[in-house]
Design a binder for this molecule. Structure first.
Ligand SMILES: [Zn+2]
Ligand SMILES: [Zn+2]
Ligand SMILES: [Zn+2]
Length: 229
């Protein structure tokens, strides 16, 4: 989202922080300026690196402290997406958006749907609830990750939360028999609960959770089952 009111934010910030009696005002303003110049969902370490590239070296802790202050005073929005370190983005007063988060590459996309917004308000009202604020986060795979991934892959490559179909087995008949006896036969659809260590992989076949050793799971070839919701 592009903003034209950075100068105004800069001025408001200066007034507030002088009134609060904070030290290092100019340095804080430099952090704010770098933050406002980006249009991404930034981590403290990413912003520290950007500042360093501009020739300003701050400790990451100082940058993080300022990002926290910016959000306390309503200039930034702190986002804690599942599986990611805290990120900050601009907070545009009166403007709201929601997020799509790619669990594979970490890409964050923004969206705004008037229909969804209205429906959420309606749901809250129906429950006698007054809606102050909400967050909607959709976790999944971005179009790029979907395009570049293999059509079939070992089960160990699947993403937690993903529904996959078993398309075949590597290795001998013994392994196949064992898997089939667990209900993991060719054509079966499973939901991936946990696809990495420590400990076994967990998949769910209908109502049953099945634990698999890594070596065994690697022998199961799967494809995405997204067409069969
Ligand atoms: Zn929303
Ligand atoms: Zn992605
Ligand atoms: Zn955002």
């Amino acid at each position: 989202m592009l903003v034209k009111d950075h100068k105004d934010i800069y001025r408001q910030f200066k007034v507030i922080f002088e009134r609060e009696g904070l030290d290092r005002i100019d340095e804080r303003l430099a952090v704010l300026e770098a933050f406002l110049d980006t249009e991404n969902h930034m981590t403290a370490s990413e912003l520290t690196r950007i500042l360093r590239e501009k020739g300003v070296s701050f400790l990451e802790d100082f940058v993080a402290e300022n990002l926290k202050l910016f959000s306390q005073y309503g200039f930034a929005q702190e986002e804690s997406f599942i599986g990611q370190v805290h990120r900050y983005e601009h907070r545009h007063l009166g403007r709201h958006h929601d997020h799509l988060i790619c669990v594979r590459c970490g890409t964050i996309l923004e969206f705004y749907s008037p229909e969804i917004e209205a429906l959420q308000g309606e749901v809250a009202r129906r429950m006698g609830f007054y809606d102050l604020q909400h967050r909607m986060e959709i976790y999944g795979l971005c179009s790029n990750c979907l395009r570049t991934r293999e059509p079939t892959m070992p089960l160990t490559m699947a993403t937690p939360g993903e529904r996959v179909r078993i398309v075949g087995f590597m290795g001998g008949r013994g392994a196949e028999r064992r898997l089939t006896s667990m209900g993991l036969n060719q054509g079966a659809e499973v939901e991936v609960i946990k696809s990495s260590g420590p400990g076994p992989l967990i998949v769910a076949s209908r109502e049953t959770r099945i634990a698999l050793g890594f070596g065994m799971a690697r022998k199961i070839m799967v494809s995405t089952a997204q067409n069969n919701e």
